[in-house]
Design a protein around this ligand. Sequence first.
Ligand code: SF4
Length: 471
Amino acid sequence: MHMPNLKDAKIRTNKKVETKLASNLKSEKFKNKKYFIKTYGCQMNVHDSEEIKGIVENLGFSETINLEESDLVILNTCAIRENAHDKVFGFLGRVKHLKKDKSELIVCVGGCMPEQESVSNLLKEKYPFVNIVFGTHNINDLGKMILESSNKQNIEVYSVEGDIYEGMEYKRDSKYSAWVNIMYGCDKFCTYCIVPYTRGKQRSRKIEDILKEVQELKDKGYEEITLLGQNVNAYGKDLESDYGFAKLLEETAQIGISRIRFVTSHPWDFTDEMIDIIAKYDNIMPYIHLPLQSGSTNILRLMGRRYTKEEYINLYNKIKNRIPGVSITTDIIVGFPNETDEDFNETLEVVDKCKFDGAFTFIYSPREGTPAAKIKDNIDLKIKEERLQKLNEKINNYSLEHNKEYLGKKVKVLVIGASEKGEGKMCGYTETMKLVNISGAEKDLGKIIEVEITEAKSFSLDGNKVIKINN
Ligand code: SF4
């Protein structure tokens, strides 16, 4: 996407120095001040918000979950999901109201949405009360921008990626499960996807920086890490070495952290070496999210996905055969332009063959600036909704079938918090990423415990704690 009004990236030649400056920004000015942050979208954004929290807490702010008592509001936005776009502008209406009574309130909008020129322009013209607008490439500048904020709107969004910063202080949401970014951006350019335009081209972090971060997390007592990237298994393809994702996975496993996960994999980059490494190490979790998107080779071609229906099924079977007990989930889009009934039936056929453990399913809607948005969105919404419903019924049945296999079994669960079910129950995830509501685990937050499964539903399991296996 051409963004003539956005600034070119700054040339950052010494990232260590910049990072040091960023963490030295602590200011008396913001002592006892509070910030409110709202995050939209994917895990990448959730992890970016952990970085943003680190930056503003360095300035002296402390977090509040009460918008009304905040002195700084930050919206970390998403451009992938259409409803996230609407929600951001809806929420800004609330903030505008608040700012009428609190003129010193600092309002920041960042993340993927401002990377779209139309959004930046809209913020400039219709939302002048927003003090700071920043993009995905200059989160590191946020501290400085807040320090220098004034009533004049400051928009700093860069159309070109800058360096990768190391040594940032994250305020992680969890003390036992951590995200570890291994790369930024994506080079795949699937025709419907805005990510390569909002997040830029692929940039892998250096191996030694990633391994250092994982080691530090282990030393701090983290039980689980998730290696994070938009196309995580393309890791290293932009580095001047043969070091790829499989090798990184292996060296990460050797550090000895209890659980290693990774999202999101592209089938095209899934190598035999990766499968072997996952099978070899007990601490690499037997769970893979492998987006299918469509079961029709014709539609996959239009989507620019680089694999056929048959290639996907072959890969799926290879993973299932070589990694014992692996669970596989997927993403599927229905109603892509020109998707015929036959195309959709092919998707259902692949679902019947693969019997996924679960799936995130979406109705296609165009994203401005993507190649697919230039193709006429010619599938009636009613048809899209019918297809989605049919697909979801199938997915849910298979999900329930898989979950029933757990009945009466004892599984290891990392306890992550209180269950939404209430009744003093806790919840957590199995190695295969099944959500479990657990009785008798009130004191086990952050621990891996053994749980006997007593009930299976489509989206979760119920169980009782058996014994502690590590504390
Ligand atoms: S691989 Fe994923 S992030 Fe990259 S362009 Fe395709 S859908 Fe978007």
